[in-house]
Structure formats: structure tokens, C-alpha cells
Design a protein around this ligand. Structure first.
Ligand code: 5GP
Length: 191
């Protein structure tokens, strides 16, 4: 077993905090690190592709996977929209010798950290403020006003959960946040 195998890196953040950009950067920059593709019952957004961004499932198919105990964890992150980490994704990446990264909501992140302890590095990505989060979600232009409102309401609670994570990265300057995340990740993978 190499030093990446069997390790988990959790990225949790309120929607719109720039987590996906950060994660994409790390995938390109850090060897031995692959990403777990989650399953979701929400519809694809913009240019999202099945099997690349998510495994997009109907509600029935998602519940079927729940019944089969195919998920390591799952959550109804927003009303009527469930998201889950498939056990098969984690195994696939570990089997190829990679550490596995998770882009996961705050509750899921806390659950995975509790399950895996020292095997997991739990990073909380914080946007500078709720106002900035709202501005970014509006600028992204992929969600309706109702969806944005829902995400902002949830974000206020999520921002208070940072203390449960190993590190909190404040994403006020993307280049600085990228460098900080990369350093933490490389140190963790070398352990
Ligand atoms: P979005 O709809 O913006 O892609 O994601 C909404 C939220 O669901 C984000 O906070 C994202 O991190 C979270 N999420 C994505 N995949 C999973 C998963 O497998 N499990 C959990 N618990 N949350 C997830």
C-alpha cells in the first residue's frame, strides 16, 4: 500500500464558495489524488454530464441504491434533492492506489470525518461572507431565485460548522486558497 491509498480528502463548503474550482485545480496539480463522483437525484445543470460531474439518477433509482446499501453516506441536501457517495467509487479509486477526494455537503463531510478519523483530511472552504456567496450564486446564473434563496439560507448554518473540520480555508483570494489547499494536501498524502 502506498501513502495515498486508503486516504480520504473531504472538501465541504456552502454552495458558491468556489469549492469546485479549487478541487479541479488540485486534481490537475497533485498526483495520487482522484475524485469520487457522487450520485444525485437533481437534474443536470448547464453543461454537466452524467458520469463526469455526477451520476444523475431518478428519485426511484436513487432510493433503490439506498435500499441496496450502495452508499457510504447520503443526504437530502436540499428538499427533494438527494446526493450520495457510492461505496463503489471509493473502492475503485483506492484499488488504483489513489487517495479519494469528496465534494460533499457539510453534514456529509462531518459524517465521513467521524467514520474515518485520521485516515481523512477534512477541509472546510469558507467564502468571505454570505453577501459574497449570494453575489457568486447570482453571477453563476445556473440557479433560479428560489434555489439561490434556499442555498443562502442553508449557507448561514453551514458557515458555523467550520470548527468540526481539520482546517478552514478562506476563499477570499483564489490563488492563495489554491496554494494553501495544495500544501495541506501534499503534507497529508506524504504522511
Ligand atoms: P450542487 O447541486 O451545487 O452540485 O451540490 C449541492 C451540494 O451537495 C454541495 O454542497 C455538494 O458538496 C453536495 N454534495 C455533492 N455530492 C454529495 C454527496 O455525495 N454527499 C453529500 N452529502 N453531499 C454531496
Amino acid at each position: 500500500m502506498n501513502s495515498s491509498q486508503g486516504k480520504l480528502i473531504i472538501f465541504s463548503a456552502p454552495s458558491g464558495s468556489g469549492k469546485s474550482t479549487l478541487v479541479q485545480h488540485l486534481i490537475n496539480e497533485v498526483p495520487g489524488f482522484a475524485f469520487s463522483i457522487s450520485a444525485t437525484s437533481r437534474a443536470p445543470r448547464g453543461t454537466e454530464k452524467d458520469g463526469v460531474d455526477y451520476y444523475f439518477l431518478s428519485n426511484e433509482a436513487f432510493q433503490q441504491r439506498v435500499a441496496e446499501e450502495a452508499f457510504l453516506e447520503w443526504e437530502e441536501v436540499y428538499p427533494g434533492m438527494s446526493y450520495g457517495t457510492l461505496k463503489s467509487e471509493v473502492k475503485k479509486n483506492w484499488d488504483t492506489g489513489n487517495a479519494v477526494g469528496f465534494d460533499i455537503d457539510v453534514v456529509g463531510g462531518k459524517n465521513l470525518k467521524a467514520l474515518y478519523g485520521e485516515q481523512a483530511l477534512a477541509l472546510f472552504i469558507q467564502a468571505p461572507s454570505i453577501e459574497e456567496l449570494e453575489r457568486r450564486l447570482i453571477a453563476r446564473g445556473t440557479d433560479s431565485n428560489d434555489k439561490i434563496k434556499q442555498r443562502i439560507e442553508k449557507a448561514s448554518w453551514e458557515m458555523d460548522q467550520a470548527a468540526f473540520f481539520d482546517h478552514c480555508i478562506i476563499n477570499d483570494d483564489l490563488d492563495r486558497a489554491k496554494a494553501e489547499a495544495k500544501k495541506l494536501l501534499i503534507e497529508f498524502l506524504a504522511k
